[in-house]
Design a protein around this ligand. Structure first.
Ligand code: PGA
Length: 261
């Protein structure tokens, strides 16, 4: 079975509810979703209600995701949001383990495993982000780091839940305005390692999990990543924060995926 091509953006700590809803509506009205591909947007928590309102009934044509979740169903966790709360809004997806959450909020792989388990048990799709820092890369342990993140983050995840799972490989050194864009030659062996890691964990089902690339992706370089055999899509920040940029990067990614980038 061919893996789908997935493309989406995370708005990080940007946008009011009105801005996110307007983006979603404009995107839904103007994007042509190509066969075999899926789209998603991940606004901040405070925008989720406004976005799901304009998105209509779930499952949404363009998935709506949250940037984080807590593992407990409810309780004394001030400032946190549970899987139940996200499902009650009709969300399709949750992003876990973004580099900024790992770096600034000290999220550990063990915590991410609890989050992943509770999201998947609840039937919520998980986009698990993994990636090595510049320092780890300088010691040539990127592969080990990413496999460790994968093995702990997905520990005891049931094989049938792989249908709800996607991985984003985002080298930390390539993310954001201060990042150095990665080259496809950097990404290819890491994507291969992730694919092998998924197969070691889940057998043949691991082969069906989409792996997205993220980190300074733009319409110019998008197709160079999606041309790689183990890359099944893109997870984009800045370049996709305008509807035009989102669509241009998606289209460029698809061209690379089809082999005519
Ligand atoms: P960027 O962000 O595309 O702006 O580098 C990527 C990310 O943080 O996922």
């Amino acid at each position: 079975m061919a893996r789908p091509f997935l493309f989406g953006t995370n708005f990080k700590m940007n946008q009011t509810p009105a801005a996110s809803a307007a983006f979603y509506q404009q995107l839904a009205a103007s994007v042509q979703i190509r066969p075999g591909t899926g789209l998603f947007v991940i606004p901040p928590f405070t925008s989720l209600g406004a976005v799901t309102e304009v998105a209509g009934q779930p499952p949404h044509r363009i998935w709506v995701g949250a940037q984080n979740v807590h593992w407990a169903p409810e309780g004394a966790y001030t400032g946190e949001i549970s899987v139940r709360m996200l499902l009650a809004l009709g969300l399709d997806l949750v992003l876990l383990g973004h580099a900024e959450r790992r770096q600034y909020f000290h999220e550990t792989d063990v915590e991410l495993n609890r989050k992943a388990q509770s999201a998947l048990e609840g039937g919520l799709r998980v986009l698990l982000a993994v990636g090595e820092t510049a320092e780890e890369r300088s010691f040539d342990v990127g592969r080990e780091i990413v496999l460790r993140q994968l093995k702990i983050g997905l520990h005891e995840v049931r094989a049938e839940h792989t249908e709800l799972l996607q991985i984003a490989y985002e080298p930390v050194w390539s993310i954001g305005a201060g990042g150095t864009p990665a080259h496809p030659e950097d990404v290819s062996p890491m994507a291969e390692a992730i694919r092998s890691g998924l197969e070691a964990l889940f057998g043949e089902r691991g082969n069906q999990v989409p792996i997205l690339y993220g980190g300074s992706v733009d319409p110019v370089n998008a197709g160079t990543f999606t041309a790689l055999p183990d890359i099944d899509g893109l997870f984009v920040g800045r370049a996709a924060w305008s509807v035009e940029g989102f669509i241009a990067t998606y289209e460029a990614g698809i061209r690379g995926w089809h082999g005519d980038g």
